[in-house]
Design a protein around this ligand. Structure first.
Ligand SMILES: NC(=O)c1ccc[n+]([C@@H]2O[C@H](COP(=O)([O-])OP(=O)(O)OC[C@H]3O[C@@H](n4cnc5c(N)ncnc54)[C@H](O)[C@@H]3O)[C@@H](O)[C@H]2O)c1
Length: 261
């Protein structure tokens, strides 16, 4: 039977790779993003290879917008099985310079979105009939390598991604009896527009080349290379599949061995 997934922040970067991978795995995918033009162009790519996708315009930091987007996706794609809460932002922050606006922006987009997404997904999962101990819904949240161990210069970002893991663990416990699993993924340093902008900033701030800035990241990666978005998508595909049915509350680290646990 056809399965339906929504990927937030699916218009570019890791979210785009996840959306494309899930359609290859047989999902019909709703690509939910603020940037609906870019989301539409990912949909065009997916449709060109004969698979099913739609674009949905949502602001993940807004509870109503998220709920409406999930309702629309479920209606247009004929069900709802997996939510990937991928959208996020990663501006650096110097501790003394953080303003209430910086704090609100980071925590609304990276953390409140997890709450609004989970609520919206539950509304759809509640409509499904469950047989025995079957898993009827999966929620997969974007944390980060910096949400497992704090990253220097990422005061608010690391804090927000630690919060994601905490919410993932609580939701896993609270929703298990309804057949819903909740896991997180923690990418390392992934070649996406977000990361490439950070490299430019670091190069400029240190009056060095972009290669030098990139090397600041790669030197801590055991596997010796930056991550492609597809590396992360492969881990998320596992969390979205029935192969991970006996796994909940976990954070899957997909970081080339930046840190070991
Ligand atoms: N790139 C990395 O190295 C890296 C490492 C660890 C974790 N992550 C996490 O992975 C996720 C994806 O990162 P990425 O590098 O692909 O980012 P990106 O900036 O390249 O893409 C993020 C997407 O999210 C969308 N978005 C942003 N705010 C939104 C909002 N309020 N509502 C809806 N959509 C919104 C953007 O339009 C964009 O399409 C993020 O949660 C990020 O924190 C990334």
């Amino acid at each position: 039977m056809k399965k339906v997934a929504m990927v937030t922040g699916g218009a570019q970067g890791i979210g785009e790779a996840i959306a494309k991978r899930l359609t290859k795995d047989g999902f019909a995918v709703a690509i939910a993003d603020l940037n609906v033009e870019k989301a539409e162009s990912v949909v065009d790519d997916i449709k060109a290879s004969g698979r099913e996708a739609i674009a949905v315009c949502i602001d993940v930091s807004d509870q109503e917008s998220f709920r409406d987007g999930v309702r629309l996706a479920a209606e247009r794609l004929g069900g709802f099985d997996v939510l990937v809460n991928n959208a996020g932002i990663a501006p650096g922050s110097v501790i003394e310079e953080v303003t209430p606006e910086d704090f609100d922006n980071m925590f609304h987009i990276n953390v409140a979105s997890i709450a609004w997404g989970i609520q919206a997904a539950i509304e759809q999962f509640n409509k499904k009939e469950r047989k025995g101990s079957e898993i009827i819904g999966k929620i997969i949240n974007a944390s980060s390598q910096g949400g497992v161990v704090g990253n220097a210069g990422a005061f608010l970002y690391s804090g927000s991604k630690f919060a994601v893991r905490g919410m993932t663990q609580v939701a896993a416990k609270d929703l298990a009896s309804r057949g819903i699993t909740v896991n997180a993924y923690a990418p390392g340093t992934v070649k996406t527009p977000m990361m490439l902008n950070a490299v430019k900033d670091i190069a400029k701030a240190n009056q060095q080349s972009e290669d030098w800035a990139l090397n600041q990241f790669t030197q801590f990666i055991t596997l010796g290379r930056l991550s492609e978005p597809e590396d992360v998508a492969a881990g998320v595909a596992f969390l979205a599949s029935s192969d991970s049915d006996y796994m909940t509350g976990q954070t899957l680290e997909i970081d080339g061995g930046m840190q070991f646990h």
